[in-house]
Design a protein around this ligand. Structure first.
Ligand code: CP3
Length: 344
């Protein structure tokens, strides 16, 4: 595997003395250069749909820090928009969408075949990045997992407990499952186009997987991830897939085997020593430093970073945060984390 990019080697199961490193939301508001480009674009969605500027913000953290991977700059909520939902962002609050709670709402969504009309600029961003990234940097494409995307489509916004989506799932299971199936199909087509445009790895973000219990987790988090992974690997043999069933807890165990993904991304609620013993035994893991260290820094950041690197030292590992970096993070703390990981 010599000569291959560090991140791809980890995904292929290689243990490395210094793990590859990247960061969720590495292109974001904590960086002054990101804020300047977003202002130039006008707003967040205009930035997502402007291939030159979206490529520029994707490259900014690579130039500044030399991460081993770049993640396409876009958002998981572009898929609902491409399916016909209204989408807008309220500054300081987050996303808003038209809601789906009845058959009539669902009937207004467009067919999967039409999503590319909206999403073509995203594929163009991927093409620009695959030309412009340094040869050692891996390009990661992504999409939201069907359950997480559905929680926003049903509620029309983020909610603390995904209550409206759980309610629909219990009260109108047929409608809920039809919506999940539509998102699953769209996600396969979307990720497939990202791969054709040059994405070397894809990641499936299931930020709200942890709110699904028991059989519901198997049906609505695990099974869609398995279907998407199987379809992508059938069309693009060897494409590595990272899954992120956030806050899955004990259900992280066996998730990679059951879904066919190549790497499980761990949130910071799981203990790295426990995860090394029970999750990393099946292959590559990614994670899992708490994002708050990017705000607080200091010796605690160094100690916790060293602890995570040491815990995962005996198997394939991609160093990352347990969730996205927050806007109040200090860019110097990111450098301290990278230096600590790379000191070996
Ligand atoms: O990681 C990256 O750098 C790639 C780009 C990326 C964004 N969103 C950009 C973004 C990725 C991978 C996402 C994923 C995403 N989007 C998720 C899953 C991961 C997670 O964080 O749990 C979710 C749930 C969303 C939906 C979303 N987008 C929300 C809830 C919000 C508002 C909250 C917030 O952080 O402001 C967004 C906005 C968003 N997506 C921003 C960025 C950089 C901030 C927008 C801005 O610049 O104003």
């Amino acid at each position: 595997m010599a000569g291959q990019k560090k991140l791809l080697r980890a995904l292929a199961g290689e243990k490395q003395d210094v793990p590859p490193i990247w960061m969720m939301r590495q292109a974001g508001r904590y960086l002054p250069e990101y804020r300047a480009t977003r202002a130039e674009a006008g707003d967040f969605l205009k930035l997502c749909y402007n291939p030159d500027l979206a490529a520029e913000v994707t490259l900014q953290p690579i130039r500044r820090y030399g991460f081993d991977a770049a993640i396409l700059f876009a958002d998981i909520l572009l898929v609902p928009q491409a399916l016909g939902a209204d989408l807008w962002f309220v500054t300081g609050e987050g996303p808003r969408l038209s809601t789906i709670t009845t058959e009539a709402d669902f009937a207004k969504l467009g067919p999967v075949a039409d999503i590319h009309e909206t999403l073509n600029p995203i594929y163009e961003t991927v093409r620009i990045l695959s030309r412009e990234l340094p040869s050692e940097t891996t390009l990661i494409g992504f999409a939201g997992a069907p359950w997480t995307v559905a929680t926003y489509m049903i509620a029309g916004r983020g909610t603390p407990d995904q209550g409206p989506a759980h309610a629909l799932r219990e009260e109108n299971t047929a409608l809920f499952e039809a919506l999940l199936a539509r998102i699953t199909e769209a996600t396969i087509e979307y990720l497939s186009c990202q791969i054709e445009a040059g994405a070397e790895v894809v990641k499936i973000f299931d930020s709200w997987a942890g709110s699904l219990q028991g059989e519901a987790f198997e049906k609505y988090a695990l099974e869609p991830c398995r279907q998407i992974t199987a379809a992508l690997k059938a069309r693009h043999p060897g494409i590595p897939v990272i899954g992120f069933p956030r806050e899955a807890g004990e259900k992280y165990v066996g998730f990679a085997k059951a879904t066919g993904i190549d790497c499980v991304a761990l949130d910071n609620s799981v203990d790295p020593e426990w995860a090394a013993a029970h999750v990393q035994v099946d292959g590559c893991v990614q994670g899992n430093l708490a994002s708050r260290h990017m705000v607080t820094g200091g010796q605690e950041l160094v100690d916790e970073t060293r602890r995570i690197v040491a815990a995962f030292r005996n198997g394939p590992h991609i160093f990352n945060l347990g969730h996205g970096i927050t806007p109040d993070a200090d860019p110097d703390n990111v450098q301290l984390m990278i230096d600590t990981v790379r000191e070996g």
